[in-house]
Design a protein around this ligand. Structure first.
Ligand code: 8YV
Length: 328
């Protein structure tokens, strides 16, 4: 462990296995690296032990980086570089108090995440997973005019984008190509690009009442926790579809199970869960739910770009330079 005043390069603790190219990039920085290696991230005690004496932490969504972790790292901690655009896993205020810079990886995962949001939209609207299960079960079938009918996405269905930021805009581009009517909340909904895509800026109540598909793209903050609860679900159309590729706790998951079970809304496509990686048992028994395990950004090149950004952010701060993507 380097001591204060020693010439040893600063040490970076990486809580998970970086994609190979990003790992090579980190190795090339000359920083000392210690990595938790394979696996989904550190167990809490391993995390607390692993960060001890580190100048930098490269963390991910599964790591709760709070004051306890920062204090376990010690006064030499200078940067927490999160692998991901969302950073609700990090106590940014505690970092600020300790003079620790927090960074994220915006921009590089917009298309990958929008692709998964749209895949969930199409899969739920056209009942793709339900049909797949039906065929695999060997159920005898003949063609009928109402066989697995679903929502016509490209015939003027309305998409409501909650939180039109970078990822929401990438979803809007896809929706425009499908001739969807697009409503959105968020400051960028009034931007020139949104206007060119035909996006109409509305308040949440109008979006919920008018959309055939509601897709969530806002960050998780105290204000957006349970933004979609029983009341909001009741405000949606009876056949409406909810897509969540943002953060699980934005939706009251138990209220969602109830709404889907009682036919308050039509279907849900979910990449994220309130108690991730746990998924409410009620969701798993419903035919009108498509579930994937937080794979929004899981494109090979995307993950490399995220890793590279996290590495460059950490290296910049430890070299006394401005990071590319500071937050908070
Ligand atoms: C990542 C994400 O998979 O960027 C985010 O905020 O949720 C996902 O793209 C996750 O953060 C991995 O750390």
């Amino acid at each position: 462990m380097p001591t204060i005043g020693s010439d040893a390069p600063p040490r970076v603790h990486v809580t998970f296995a970086l994609p190979p190219g990003a790992a090579a990039e980190l190795a090339g920085t000359g920083l000392q690296i210690d990595s938790a290696g394979e696996g989904d991230g550190d167990a809490r005690s391993e995390l607390l032990a692993g960060v001890s004496g580190a100048s930098g932490i490269i963390s991910t969504v599964t790591d709760r980086i709070d004051a306890e972790v920062m204090d376990a790292a010690g006064p030499g901690l200078r940067v927490i570089a999160n692998f991901g655009v969302g950073y609700d896993n990090i106590d940014v205020a505690a970092a600020r108090e300790r003079g620790v810079i927090v960074t994220n990886t915006p921009g590089v995962l917009d298309n990958a995440t929008a692709d998964v949001a749209f895949a969930l939209l199409l899969a739920t609207a056209r009942r793709i997973v339900e049909s797949d299960r039906f065929v695999r079960a060997g159920t005898p079938w003949t063609w009928e005019s109402d066989f697995f009918v679903g929502l016509d996405v490209s015939a003027g269905a309305t998409l409501g984008i909650v939180g039109l930021g970078r990822i929401g805009m990438a979803v809007a581009r896809r929706a425009a190509a499908f001739d969807m009517t697009i409503l959105a909340t968020g400051s960028r909904a009034a931007s020139a690009e949104a206007g060119a895509l035909g996006v109409r800026q509305v308040e949440l109540p109008e979006l919920l009442a008018s959309s055939d598909v509601v897709s969530l793209h806002c960050p998780l903050t105290p204000e957006t926790r349970h933004l979609i609860g029983a009341e909001e679900l009741r405000a949606m159309k009876a056949n409406a579809i909810l897509i969540n590729t943002a953060r699980g706790p934005i939706v009251d998951e138990l209220a969602l199970v109830e709404a889907l079970t009682d036919g308050v809304i039509g279907a849900a496509g979910l990449d994220v869960y309130e108690w991730e990686p746990a998924v409410s048992a009620g969701l798993l028994n419903l035919p009108n739910v498509v579930t994937v395990p937080h794979i929004g950004s899981a494109g090979r090149a995307t993950r490399e770009r995220m890793g590279s950004l996290a590495v460059r952010n950490a290296a910049a701060v430890l070299a006394g330079e401005e990071p590319l993507n500071p937050v908070g």
